[in-house]
Structures are given as structure tokens and as C-alpha cells.
Design a binder for this molecule. Structure first.
Ligand SMILES: Cc1cc2nc3c(=O)[nH]c(=O)nc-3n(C[C@H](O)[C@H](O)[C@H](O)COP(=O)(O)O)c2cc1C
Length: 216
């Protein structure tokens, strides 16, 4: 039998703030921006961190954290190595899910959608804002590939530093860039008493977004 874990033997009752359909903005992306700002205002560490799940070509799921680097009416952008495990997964199957876990606010936002590469111009523009060391790192690291040791990685970085010596503006490697998550649904979750949490999911239709309440 599975042992149940409740390390502090506590059952915290979550918030008092109701999530009424009518109190949410009708545009879930605008609503997301409000919650993201509130998460930042409340001092959440890395409020733009989201856990993204993808499906590998063999059909198995995998997840990891990435940082949200852009929100627009089109969707949610993050940047990565296209040859990484997630990059390879998304090339074969662009469906993904993501969650922003703002535990101390008793909130989460769950997104389901389809990823596509952002334009090269957008990737260049974002890459150019990154510090030189991060840019060199993007060249040096074959993300998600095994390597013998930390020393071997640092040697690769050293070699890249040498090859970019004298180059002020380290260019973006082609394998590095952004994904835009085009959302099909966005769910706002707010913790409530007795586990009777509020969940409002917006589903995208041809004509726009429609909200529906889900049972907790
Ligand atoms: C807080 C946090 C933020 C991260 N942000 C990114 C990111 O924006 N892009 C990225 O490629 N990896 C980021 N990572 C590392 C990823 O979680 C992951 O290790 C890496 O992308 C390789 O994932 P993959 O092997 O599943 O492709 C972040 C990790 C943490 C903990």
C-alpha cells in the first residue's frame, strides 16, 4: 500500500477570494497578465516560471521549467535550444501543456495549446538582450545531450570564448530560439475552503473565448 505523505501533518484551507466568472476579464490573456503582475507584486520568486510538458516521439510525456519571455494576444513565448529534448519533441508533436504554479497565492494557470517557432527576427531580438556569457553558453551547450563531466563542458565554453574573441555582438546560434504557445484553453484556478476550489477554463473558438466552470 502507498504511504501517504503529509510532512507537516497539515491541511491548509486555501483562500477566501472567490473566482467568479463575472469578475474575470473576458479575454483570458488579459486576465493572465493581471495575475502575472499580481504574482510579481506579491514577491513570488520567478513569477514567470512555467512548467511545460511535451510528448516525446515515443509517446511518453516529459516536463521541465522554462521562463515566460513574452505574452501577446497570440500567446506565450519561451526560448530554448531547438535541439533539446523539448525541441525535438515539439518538432514531432507541437501539442503541449504548461502550468504557472503560484502556490503561495493559492493560484495556478494551466494552458493547453500548440507550439510553433517564433520568427527568426524575434529570436534574434531576444538573444541580443542576453548577457555575453549566456550567449556563449548557448553556443557551447548541446542542451539535453549527455557529457562526460563538468570539466568537459567548461572546456567547450572555453573553446567558444576563444572562437568569439574580439566579436562584440555574439550572434544567435541557429539551433537556439523561441517557441510561441498558441493557447487553445487557459484555466484559472483559485484555492478555496474545503478543497472546493474555483476553476474557470476559457476555451478558444473561431469567434473568441468562452468561459466554463469546472468542478474542483
Ligand atoms: C527556474 C528555471 C527556469 C528555466 N528556464 C529555462 C528557459 O527559459 N529555457 C530553457 O531552455 N531552459 C530553462 N530551464 C532549464 C529547463 O528546465 C531544462 O532543464 C532544459 O531546458 C532542458 O530541458 P529538456 O531536456 O526537457 O529539453 C529552466 C530551469 C529552471 C529551474
Amino acid at each position: 500500500m502507498t504511504e501517504h505523505i503529509d510532512p507537516l501533518e497539515r491541511h491548509t484551507d486555501y483562500g477566501e477570494i472567490a473566482l467568479e466568472e463575472g469578475s474575470l476579464l473576458s479575454d483570458p490573456i488579459a486576465q493572465f497578465r493581471v495575475w502575472l503582475q499580481e504574482a510579481d507584486d506579491e514577491g513570488i520568486y520567478e513569477p514567470n516560471a512555467m512548467v511545460v510538458s511535451t510528448i516525446d516521439p515515443d509517446g511518453t510525456p516529459t516536463i521541465r521549467t522554462v521562463l515566460l519571455r513574452g505574452v501577446s494576444d497570440e500567446g506565450f513565448a519561451f526560448y530554448t535550444d531547438y535541439t533539446s529534448q523539448k525541441g525535438v519533441a515539439l518538432a514531432a508533436n507541437p501539442q503541449l501543456a504548461a502550468v504557472f504554479p503560484w502556490y503561495s497565492l493559492h493560484r495556478q494557470v494551466k494552458i493547453r495549446g500548440v507550439a510553433e517557432k517564433v520568427s527568426e527576427e524575434d529570436s534574434d531580438a531576444y538573444f541580443s538582450t542576453r548577457p555575453r556569457d549566456s550567449r556563449i553558453g548557448a553556443w557551447a551547450s548541446d542542451q539535453s545531450q549527455p557529457i562526460d563531466s563538468r570539466a568537459a563542458l567548461e572546456e567547450k565554453v572555453q573553446k567558444m570564448e576563444e572562437s568569439f574573441a574580439g566579436v562584440d555582438d555574439v550572434p544567435r546560434p541557429e539551433k537556439w530560439g523561441g517557441f510561441l504557445i498558441r493557447p487553445r484553453s487557459i484555466e484559472f484556478w483559485a484555492g478555496r475552503r474545503s478543497r472546493l476550489h474555483d476553476r474557470v477554463r476559457f476555451v478558444r473558438h473561431e469567434s473568441g473565448w468562452s468561459p466554463e466552470r469546472l468542478q474542483p
